[in-house]
Design a protein around this ligand. Structure first.
Ligand code: SF4
Length: 262
């Protein structure tokens, strides 16, 4: 049977904002029960403006702002806006990270020896920030944040140190429960992150620097944290589960009704 007319695809596609708003409102309700808070913003463009206004209210002139590695924050353009404003001391911990092309020269994972020392100093300084911005690898419907790091700088700052933490995430990062969060971290986040940071191995010899997820497009261990790949450059060696901090509203989650980051 033939369709009488072209289907109105826009009508079908446009249902996603409704769904994301519903998902986000469930998450925010649960965040509030757990000593955190949050808001929903429907678009990335609006979020960029709104987050800047929130920072203006939150951090006095001369205050310290820092952030964790995040494709979401970079794509939003908010890190650029904050640095350009010149009103705050912005600690950019990633100035010394080399590009994938340079990695092939440096033969070290993401950082050359000297750059690693400089970056670790910045990661430590970031713990004293007035405001820390980050995204999250996953957030459950119950409002639990799940994140894995290689070095642990980002999860450390999320858990303790900076006076306030803004967690900025697209609703694509909302998952049902902890099992789904762990699976997301290992099968969605890690493969793309490692590949993005490391680029394409140029030879068989270089492949040794890459954890299995960057070749397979999924975890080479076990998604529920029972088994890992054991690789020396493992991307997920430290995992933090944040679901009920003691300091009220220190963590503020900004959920955006678009697919952002990975
Ligand atoms: S355990 Fe290894 S293969 Fe699995 S996600 Fe982590 S780094 Fe990748």
């Amino acid at each position: 049977m033939f369709l009488k007319a072209e289907p109105d695809l826009k009508k079908w596609i446009d249902i996603k904002p409704w769904y994301y708003e519903k998902l986000a409102s469930n998450v925010i309700e649960n965040l509030r029960k757990n000593n955190m808070d949050g808001i929903y913003i429907s678009s990335a463009r609006e979020a960029r403006k709104k987050i800047f206004e929130m920072v203006e209210r939150e951090v006095p002139e001369g205050g310290i702002i820092s952030w964790g590695g995040s494709v979401t924050l970079i794509n939003l353009g908010i890190l650029f806006d904050l640095q350009k404003a010149g009103r705050w001391t912005c600690i950019n911990p990633f100035e010394d990270i080399v590009t994938p092309e340079e990695i092939h020269v440096a033969r070290h994972w993401m950082l050359t020896e000297g750059a690693l020392e400089k970056t670790i100093k910045k990661w430590r300084a970031a713990l004293n920030a007035d405001l820390y911005l980050t995204s999250t690898n996953a957030i459950t419907l119950k409002g639990t944040l799940v994140n894995s790091d290689g070095y642990g700088n980002r999860i450390a700052a999320m858990m303790f140190g900076p006076k306030k933490v803004y967690v900025v995430a697209g609703c694509n990062k909302i998952v049902r429960d902890l099992d789904d969060a762990f699976a997301r971290v290992r099968n969605v986040v890690a493969p793309q992150l490692v590949r993005m940071m490391g680029g394409e191995p140029k030879s068989k010899d270089e492949e040794q620097w890459y954890p299995p997820c960057s070749r397979l497009g999924r975890c080479g261990g076990e998604p529920k944290l029972l088994k890992n790949c054991g690789h020396k450059n493992r991307a997920c060696g430290m995992t933090a589960i944040i679901d009920q901090p003691h300091i009220p509203n220190r963590i503020f989650v900004i959920l955006i009704g678009e697919d952002l980051g990975f």
